[in-house]
Write a protein that binds this ligand. Structure first.
Ligand code: ATP
Ligand code: MG
Length: 432
């Protein structure tokens, strides 16, 4: 007798997505595909593994992600330094540069897929999670910032999401950031006793990051820190105001949040987040902004860009929290097949019905036997199907099949010919 093997379980913070829950994922992905097509965003699929240097250079060395959250390792075979992508913008930019996608103008792209961050798992925060993102590369104008915000806003409306607020800020340009940075360092130095360890370390490396702290003890200190908005020059303010005008004209409400800095170094000018109060402390469902210097930083010809990413788990959780029912896609038919001899004819019929668009679950036996009629009907009832198809010996002798209603008008029976199942297939999709 072999020793019973020890059970293996998934890596902590990484979830299996199982039916029926996976239907919600597919539904959301379908909604997104359809919406992206209406905004003329094309799908891009980049590798999950990228060179570690891409993220270190792209996101900034002094960021939570690069300092603490990346799954990085050396390839055993060739020593390459690799990282499971913690976000997708850097990879999209790498691909756009590598394939020279901007040679004839801007590109609008979207992606969906898993991301990896070594964080403390909790509700709305996982080590493998999923993002859907949209990026517009090669466009400098505020109208594209606004288009992306309108796109996200339209998605919430299409999904029926409630209680989502838009927060908006401008991070200005590097020279404006430098002035603000000096003021910020002076301010935090005055209050050095209130800084936590992370903040003390970042004070001279990357003081803006201190504003992004999640430490509750530092919130009031951060709230009174010098605001970047007060350091913006004319051009940056004009860009910000243009975005606001377009949002106003489209009745998209927002709050200006001068503390909003985002977690990556690559942002400038417009930054935004969509937040909800319904998900506890993991309330940000989507974040984004302009990143006009990233393409250059990753080795491309300097080109402006803007984008956002949403957290799929958080969006689905919010929908669930609201009690949103996913309109179920019911099974039409459960096929009851009492004898193995009936299988060839039965499955020929089932295949015709499926080709005609009917959703059919076929009874499958155990070993040589198909199981008793009684046990098959039990399964048919449990399946939620609207009809049972019975391929009994009587029926087959007459080259027919019995259709029995399982739900509305339960028990009603009709017989149909096996000659042309496509002729009566539509009866199995009717619900009266
Ligand atoms: P947070 O402040 O919650 O850590 P973030 O600023 O690190 O978020 P981004 O890098 O901007 O997040 O990613 C965009 C979105 O992806 C977030 O708004 C969130 O919805 C989702 N997200 C980020 N990290 C996780 C995670 N570990 N688990 C689940 N969703 C996440
Ligand atoms: Mg984070």
């Amino acid at each position: 007798m072999p020793v019973k093997a020890e059970k293996l379980v998934a890596v902590k913070g990484m979830n299996d997505i199982l039916p029926p829950d996976s239907a919600r994922w597919e539904w959301l992905e379908g909604q997104v595909r359809e919406l992206m097509a209406r905004y003329a965003y094309g799908n891009i699929r980049t590798p999950i593994l990228e060179p570690t240097a891409l993220f270190v250079r792209g996101l900034g060395e002094v960021t939570d992600i690069v300092e603490k959250e990346m799954y990085s390792f050396e390839d055993k075979l060739n020593g390459e330094k690799l990282t499971l992508r913690p976000e997708a913008t850097a990879g999209v930019v790498r691909a756009v540069v590598e394939h020279n996608l901007l040679y004839e103008g801007g590109k609008r792209l979207y992606y969906m897929g898993p991301m990896f961050r070594h964080e403390r798992p909790q509700r709305g925060r996982y080590r493998q999670f999923h993002q859907i993102g949209a990026e517009a590369l090669g466009f400098a104008g505020a109208e594209v910032d606004a288009e992306l915000i309108l796109l996200a806003h339209a998605l919430w409306q299409q999904l029926g999401l409630e209680d989502v607020q838009l927060q908006l800020n401008s991070l200005g340009q590097p020279d404006e950031r430098r002035l603000h940075r000096a003021a910020l360092i002076a301010y935090f130095e005055q209050h050095a006793d209130q800084l936590d360890e992370d903040a003390r370390r970042r004070l001279h490396l990357n003081p803006l990051r201190i504003l992004d702290t999640k430490n509750p003890a530092m919130q009031s200190l951060v709230a009174d820190a010098p605001k970047l908005l007060d350091f913006l020059g004319e051009a940056s303010l004009a860009h910000f105001n243009r975005v606001r005008e377009i949002l106003d004209a489209n009745d998209v409400r927002y709050q200006i949040n001068p503390r909003l800095v985002r977690g990556m170094d690559y942002y400038n000018l417009t930054v935004f987040e969509f937040v909800t109060t319904r998900l506890g402390s993991q309330g940000t469902i989507c974040g984004g902004g302009r990143y006009d210097y990233l393409i250059e930083q990753i080795g491309g010809k300097p080109s402006p860009a803007v984008g956002w990413a949403l957290g799929v788990e958080r969006v689905l959780e919010l929908l669930k929290e609201q009690g949103a029912e996913l309109s179920a896609t019911d099974l039409d038919v459960y096929a009851v097949i009492p004898e193995v001899q009936a299988l060839p004819v039965a499955m020929q019929c089932i295949q015709s019905l499926r080709r005609a668009g009917v959703r059919v679950q076929m009874h499958a036996g155990t070993g040589e036997a198909m199981g008793s009629m009684k046990s098959q009907f039990k399964r048919a009832d449990a399946s939620g199907a609207h009809y049972a198809l019975i391929f009994g010996a009587d029926e087959l002798a007459q080259h027919e099949v019995t259709v029995k209603s399982l739900r509305d008008g339960a028990g009603n029976q009709t017989r149909y010919s096996l000659n042309q199942p496509s002729e009566w297939a539509s009866h199995l999709q009717s619900r009266t």
